[in-house]
Design a protein around this ligand. Sequence first.
Ligand code: ADP
Ligand code: MG
Length: 242
Amino acid sequence: MIETRNLVHRYGDDGPAAVDGVSLSIDDGEFVLLAGPNGSGKSTLVRHFNGLLEPDEGAVLVDGAPVDENLVAARTKVGMVFQQPRDGFVAATVGADVAFGPENLGLSREEIDRRVDAALAAVNMTGRREERIDELSGGERERVAVAGALAMEPDHLVLDEPFTGLDAPARESVVDQLRALKEAGTGVVLVTHDLRDAVDLADRVVALADGRVAADGAPDEVRDRLPDLGIRVPPRREPRRP
Ligand code: ADP
Ligand code: MG
């Protein structure tokens, strides 16, 4: 479980709060859409979930333990896939990149290989370990980035705007991977300013506005409030007739 308690984050000493008093609990296995317009604080918030940023006020806990007291545990439990994954690769080939995280956990070679194979299978990239990342398409790079996070076998996978720059088929493929992860019990926090791709998968939508939680609930409970917050939602589906 990920918890924030009255989390405040400022960039600079007396700047405005980018995250301004956010208290949230995200359960294991929960699929959360974190929505909000550009600049509403989404990336700043999620970067606290595994200690990439530290709170100015308040606390962040993973399974009850403060993140800053055990960064390794937090980073093992909360996987992070960034916006613009092309900047986030550490190795030249698919297999080496996906293996990097597990190698840093000090696992055996057999366990690392098992995890790399499982993570690549989960994103439909079995058999592509030797391929060079700089020769992949944007959608394939996104899948490698997801595989790298999955190889840590996290309880939660956080994806920050994974659809940016992807065409419709690549977006659909990412949505398919997320559906499979959800079915396998991995919690997902999907950061987006546009709900249309994945609202059907979500258990819950949390909307930020100016660094605060402006709406939090099941998609059907909150959707009517979202357009006013600058968040695009797909039209409601017609109820099926018998
Ligand atoms: P979002 O991900 O919702 O677009 P961000 O968390 O990136 O929002 O940004 C929240 C606020 O913090 C914005 O006003 C943004 O300009 C500011 N901000 C984000 N990153 C930095 C940074 N590295 N330095 C200074 N200000 C930042
Ligand atoms: Mg962002």
